[in-house]
Design a protein around this ligand. Structure first.
Ligand SMILES: [Fe+2]
Length: 444
């Protein structure tokens, strides 16, 4: 009798949690149409149901107390081993592991390039490099660091170079310096590639960028609008390693420029600062590349009038080089979003920047933070949220008065600058077209 009752309890317990998982899964799937939102609650609730239920069942059918005890010990050992393995794996990555290289601009893009990588042992960084087509290798060094950054100076504009990082095994890579005058080129933009728990679809987005690249004669730059890791403090070193492993195939041959997001800034931005050196002490900067002025702002730092960042922004917008065709602003938090949830809205940011940007002839803004694609047409500039870089897609914006297109999907933006036009194509990870529009320069 007792055995039958316990069997019934264990079966009801297991089935109850599995049903709860199915119900939660259906609710998640209805909110965002991705099967992952069904599987996550199904698996989580399923485990909570199946593990204790199966143990109870085994104990019921074990013939002796010794047998029952053996099952309990086995379960405790198995669960402890799984939890401990994860802790050991995370601890392994607390010391940066060899990875990279990746490129950034920290000086004049026409005559410099900064080569970075991650090193298990903090030893002086060394780079061999040579102009493409020549054979006399040159050498450059930097001080000891876990994230060495070697600044190559005195390069020729618009020129291809080959380089190798002896500490990473002498594999040859290449890059191209910025041209000395405006020319046609393409770049890619996306954001919010971070993990949520242990899940990220960043690699699918990067594969799509790689597949699309030949259609654009190569992307000269990769811009990321922030949230590259879930958290950046102790216990999250593995996320930096994973991020570096993901971006290396692209970032080893062109600069990778990140606007600080709230996740890598959470707690302390020191990990972000250690990983990237854009040649300035602040989290905001400007890059003039082939007639396009790229301004990266930090929505994690004060942007109010009177703040150092605001003063810098106004001055930078007022003093573009004479040959500037377009001004592109990247920042993490958007000026506007039609995601229904209040916490994604920042009316103060919109009221601050929406009047300023037309006055200073900003052409387009790329933001993130909202895990979806939104394209808004504002009176004098385009506003794009490209927050589908690989993170879980839990935002579902609705169309608003300024919305041209919105969709919740993983994607990136391919931007082609040709003469006085800039064409933007938002592309899903299956390489289908999500949105396309062209803007014309207001400056020539
Ligand atoms: Fe964010």
């Amino acid at each position: 009798m007792m055995k039958k009752a316990l069997t019934l309890i264990s079966l009801l317990w297991g089935a109850g949690f599995i049903i709860a998982g199915i119900v939660m899964g259906i609710l998640g799937y209805r909110h965002i149409s991705y099967s992952i939102y069904f599987l996550l609650p199904f698996v989580t609730f399923g485990l909570v149901g199946v593990i204790p239920a199966s143990l109870l069942l085994l104990m019921t059918y074990a013939k002796t107390w010794r047998g029952r005890l053996a099952w309990v010990v086995l379960y405790v050992i198995a669960i402890t081993a799984i939890v401990e393995s994860v802790a050991i794996w995370k601890k392994y990555y607390e010391i940066p592991r060899n990875g990279g290289p990746y490129l950034v601009f920290s000086g004049d893009p026409k005559t410099t390039m900064t080569i970075c990588w991650a090193a298990e042992k903090a030893v002086p960084g060394k780079i061999d490099y040579v102009k493409d087509g020549e054979s006399g290798w040159l050498h450059a060094e930097c001080a000891s660091a876990h994230y060495p950054k070697v600044l190559l100076e005195g390069l020729q504009p618009g020129t291809h170079y080959r380089y190798r990082v002896p500490a990473l095994g002498n594999k040859e890579h290449s890059f191209q310096t910025a041209p000395s005058a405006p020319e046609d080129f393409s770049f890619a933009v996306y954001g919010d590639n971070r993990h949520a728990g242990f899940i990220s679809f960043h690699q699918s987005v990067l594969r799509a960028i790689k597949r699309e690249e030949p259609n654009y004669n190569g992307f000269r730059l990769i811009l990321n609008s922030g949230d590259i890791v879930e958290r950046s403090g102790t216990g999250h070193g593995w996320q930096w390693h994973s991020f570096l492993r993901d971006i290396t195939p692209l970032a080893s041959s062109r600069p990778y420029e990140v606007s600080l997001g709230n996740h890598e800034a959470g707690g302390s931005p020191k990990y972000y600062e250690e990983f990237f050196d854009y040649g300035v002490p602040d989290h905001w900067r400007v890059l003039d590349y082939a007639g396009v002025r790229f301004i990266a702002l930090s929505t994690q730092d004060d942007l109010e009038p009177g703040s150092p960042q605001y003063a810098w922004l106004v001055k930078t917008l007022d003093t573009p080089p004479a040959d500037t065709r377009f001004t592109v602003v990247t920042l993490h938090k958007p000026l506007l979003t039609y995601d229904p949830r209040e916490r994604y809205h920042d009316p103060a940011l919109r009221s601050l920047l929406e009047p300023l940007f037309p006055e200073k002839k900003v052409d387009i803004v790329f933001a993130g933070h909202v895990h979806a694609y939104e394209h808004h047409h504002l009176p004098a500039f385009e506003h794009v949220i490209t927050g589908g870089g690989g993170v879980m897609l839990w935002n579902k914006p609705v169309p608003g008065p300024e919305t041209v297109k919105t969709e919740t999907c993983w994607h990136f933006c391919a931007v082609e600058v040709k003469g006085n036009t800039m064409s933007v194509r938002a592309i899903r990870t299956d390489c289908s077209l999500l949105d396309a529009f062209t803007i014309t320069s207001k400056k020539i």
